[in-house]
Design a protein around this ligand. Structure first.
Ligand code: PLP
Length: 293
């Protein structure tokens, strides 16, 4: 997927080829930074407020001072789309690190944050959203503060790679059998018309799409139960689906080689997808439902 030329940095906009980082950089050496991935549909941000709010929450949790006000961040993000003339479906990756300094674990003095943000094309993943994906289960070996969207993603990378090697889209993570989330998405189990998901505690990422799924359930009078389910519950599930800014609402139809329920995409999942498309103002022509009819 192509990266657009104009990149936002803490020093202003530059050409992507001019991005030049010192090798003693906190993000590179310690993963000492935070990030966001923000969805763009037809040149418009989706859930930008939620992403910017989470960015500031993450920064505060790890004591990184963002060198801009929230208003400035909004304005720069808008400018990023304009400068690159974005009219299509895309994503913005935004990263902020503690800065550049001689390597030492403790925070450096007099160092200011490094920031960059760029845009990349991202067509909607229509096929997987229509047909569903397979997943595997994996132990969640991450730290206790996964609500912070930190650059330290090695456990997530390892879990996703294991899934990928087994021809699966995602790794469903669990702590002693209790399902937390996936390597790069939140996960929900549907049973007897109720949607179950891990509570938004410190040990999962509070997904921006998760917040909307909760809202969609309320609108559809579907109980949204913030109660963790277990790996062993999956065999009795009516439906399973995941959510993220890049995968939207995606059905999970197979786990550890076994079909979820009858292996077909369920009704509640379809309702969530439908609500998502309306919420993100995705037009009829780009709808998975319009294509089905
Ligand atoms: C571990 C993890 N959980 C959940 C999510 C979903 O978050 P969002 O809905 O804000 O994209 C992500 C997204 O990247 C993630 O990495």
């Amino acid at each position: 997927m192509s990266v657009y030329d104009n990149v936002l940095t803490h020093k202003g906009f530059i050409h992507k080829d001019d991005l030049n980082y010192p090798f003693e950089e906190r993000g590179l050496q310690f993963g000492d930074g935070i990030y966001e991935v923000i969805r763009v549909y037809k040149g418009q941000y989706y859930l930008i407020n939620e992403h910017v709010e989470r960015l500031y929450r993450s920064a505060e949790a790890v004591k990184i001072e963002i060198p801009f006000t929230k208003k400035e961040v909004f304005n720069y993000l808008e400018e990023l789309l304009l400068k690159n003339n974005i009219k299509t479906d895309a994503k913005v990756y935004l990263q902020i690190t503690r800065g550049s300094a001689p390597r030492d674990h403790a925070f450096p003095l007099n160092t200011s944050a490094n920031l960059y943000a760029y845009v990349q094309d991202l067509p909607r993943k229509m096929e997987i959203m229509r047909d569903g994906v397979a997943a595997i289960t994996q132990p969640d070996v991450r730290w206790d503060w996964c609500y912070i969207k930190s650059l330290n993603l090695l456990p997530n990378v390892m879990a996703k790679q294991t899934a990928s090697e087994q021809g699966c889209f995602e790794a469903i993570l669990h702590k002693d059998g209790e399902v937390t989330e996936c390597s790069s998405s939140n996960i929900y189990l549907v049973k007897e018309g109720k949607v179950y998901t891990h509570p938004a505690k410190k040990n999962i990422l509070h997904g921006c799409v998760r917040m909307r799924v909760e809202h969609f359930c309320k609108e559809k009078n579907i109980p949204f139960v913030e109660e963790a389910f277990h790996v062993e519950d999956i065999q009795y599930a009516d439906e399973l689906f995941l959510s993220s800014s890049t995968a939207e609402v995606t059905p999970v139809v197979k786990v550890d080689g076994k079909p979820v329920s009858n292996g077909m995409v369920g009704k509640v999942t379809r309702k969530m997808q439908e609500k998502y498309e309306k919420d993100a103002e995705i037009n009829e022509a780009a709808s998975i439902f319009a294509k089905e009819v």
